[in-house]
Design a protein around this ligand. Structure first.
Ligand code: ZN
Length: 175
């Protein structure tokens, strides 16, 4: 397993639609392992493949907070949201591609998804609470959507401006 570099907004790849996977094989599982390692190291609770620059419909999630507890990763290949509840919930969301920025986002409280698991088996999952929000946030990534897209233009522009400034500082080198 190896850690990959996380793509930071603004970057045009984050706005692209990811492609459906044709088959689940060892190569794909190795990529999922890398994504998981990258997410744990960040640290984060969810990561979509596009966030490491790969336009494939792959997501890793682990919302188990207790660090001493056994890790509980969830691998989603070609996830599809089948239904969403009318009831909504609000969480303060962050994103590994938007470091240091958080905002309260309202989303359907529950969702039902279908996906292929780590072994390529078809599964369904009914999610609520933080897991539901996390899944919807990550599926948005596969469609080129970021959580800041739900904010007012003013707030969104302000965050992007700060991220550009942050990127410039990161690129400065002392020789
Ligand atoms: Zn994100």
């Amino acid at each position: 397993m190896s850690q990959r570099k996380i793509v930071i907004e603004p970057d045009p790849i984050l706005r692209k639609k990811s492609e459906t996977l044709e088959k689940v094989d060892d190569e794909l599982r190795a990529l999922l392992d890398d994504m998981l390692e990258t997410m744990y190291a960040a640290p984060g609770i969810g990561l979509a493949a596009v966030q490491i620059g790969i336009l494939k419909r792959l997501i890793v999630i682990d919302i188990s907070k207790d660090k001493d507890k056994k890790k509980d990763p969830l691998f989603l290949i070609n996830p599809e949201i089948i239904s969403r509840s009318k009831k909504t919930s609000i969480y303060e969301e962050g994103c590994l591609s938007l470091p240091g920025h958080f905002a309260e986002i309202e989303r359907p409280a529950e969702c039902l998804i279908k996906f292929l698991d780590y072994n390529g088996k078809e599964k369904e999952l009914s999610a609520n609470g933080l897991l539901s929000t996390c899944i919807q946030h990550e599926v948005d990534h596969l469609n080129g959507i970021l959580f800041i897209d739900y904010l007012s233009k003013l707030k969104k522009d302000m965050i992007i401006k700060k991220l550009i400034k942050h990127k410039k500082e990161l690129n400065k080198v002392v020789l």
